[in-house]
Design a protein around this ligand. Structure first.
Ligand SMILES: Cc1cc2nc3c(=O)[nH]c(=O)nc-3n(C[C@H](O)[C@H](O)[C@H](O)COP(=O)(O)OP(=O)(O)OC[C@H]3O[C@@H](n4cnc5c(N)ncnc54)[C@H](O)[C@@H]3O)c2cc1C
Ligand code: FES
Length: 288
């Protein structure tokens, strides 16, 4: 069992958990993730390690509730436990001195990009962060991102905070006004695809983190297959970060849509009977 030692709400449907997982904490590098299973009949889902505290033996994750498992997880709190935590998985982010670096986080992508932004800053880059959200209430981890970067711009679709517009509007402005050497973009697939198209004309090195469906996280099940250039790769062991100009985003979107019907059914059942399931999971934590 992996006890939850702290939990706090960051925004609507977004929660941060500090989990005791000393072995994972010891080995973690920026860009890596875990696969967790809340209870014995639960689904295995991948979540990025936002930070690790080796002395406390804990890792911190940020979870956006979008379906059954993430909603169940976000019902848990301090004192509850998670059955399995496997990791750290995936290749660490490529950290080099590139020069001027733009790190873009859309929604929960901000949490995923955070450790890499901090590592790029520590490697001597000038880090400019752009956070994108639909409105002010959905901006998360602003203070953490400000601490991990030299400059931070916030873009909201409705202009309720920061500047009105898309993350790509700010990126285009930065490319035109001062030159950019490297871009990391993490967020919804349409956002990452738009960033790739923004930087392609000038061939600015651009990396995205792919959220393909993962099951085992070890390269065995084939669930996370993605097309990079003309080759097929497994996001769990070859990624999750890839050259954005090589990613076939259409294939990624099609594969992520494959289980839509069963995911919607699981969420509908959870809305009806979720209370009972949360109680069972809590009971299992207390007895485990
Ligand atoms: C490497 C990686 C790191 C991630 N890091 C984070 C993170 O730090 N915080 C966060 O909130 N989310 C993260 N995600 C996304 C998270 O895994 C999904 O939101 C979660 O699996 C959804 O499960 P669900 O049962 O709640 O929703 P469902 O209703 O089952 O699915 C909703 C959507 O989530 C995606 N999804 C579903 N099952 C999986 C799966 N087994 N593997 C991958 N994607 C799936 C699909 O796009 C699906 O359409 C990450 C995904 C990957 C691949
Ligand atoms: S998750 Fe099974 S091969 Fe990547």
């Amino acid at each position: 069992m992996f006890p939850i030692v702290e939990a706090r709400v960051l925004g609507p449907n977004v929660k941060e958990f500090e989990i005791a997982a000393p072995r994972v904490a010891r080995k973690h590098q920026a860009g890596q993730f875990i696969i967790l299973r809340i209870y014995d009949r639960g689904e295995r889902i991948p979540l990025t390690i936002k930070s690790a505290d080796r002395e406390r033996g804990t890792i911190t994750i940020v979870v956006q509730a979008i379906g059954k498992t993430t909603s169940l997880l976000n019902e848990l709190g301090k004192g509850d436990s998670i059955l399995d935590v496997v990791g750290p998985l995936g290749k660490p982010s490529e950290i080099e001195k590139f020069g001027t670096v733009v790190v873009i986080g859309g929604g929960v992508g901000t949490a995923i990009a955070l450790p890499t932004a901090a590592a790029l800053r520590d490697a001597g880059n000038h880090v400019i962060a752009i956070l994108g959200a639909r409105n002010k209430g959905l901006v998360i981890l602003e203070n953490d991102i400000r601490a991990a970067s030299h400059e931070t711009f916030i873009m909201t679709d409705d202009g309720s905070y920061g500047e009105k517009g898309l993350v790509t509007d700010k990126l285009r402005e930065l490319i035109a006004s001062r030159g950019v050497d490297f871009v990391l973009a993490i967020g919804p697939i349409p956002m990452m695809r738009a960033v790739a198209e923004c930087t392609r004309p000038q061939s600015i090195r651009t990396v995205v983190s792919l959220n393909s469906i993962m099951v085992d996280g070890t390269g065995m099940c084939g669930g996370c297959r993605v097309m990079i250039g003309n080759s097929s790769k497994f996001a769990c062991v070859d990624g999750p970060e890839f050259d954005a100009h090589e990613v076939d985003f259409k294939v990624l979107m099609q594969r992520n849509e494959m289980y839509k019907e069963s995911e919607q059914k699981a969420m509908a059942d959870f809305r009806l009977n979720g209370g009972e399931e949360v109680k069972r999971v809590r009971g299992a934590c207390a007895n485990g």
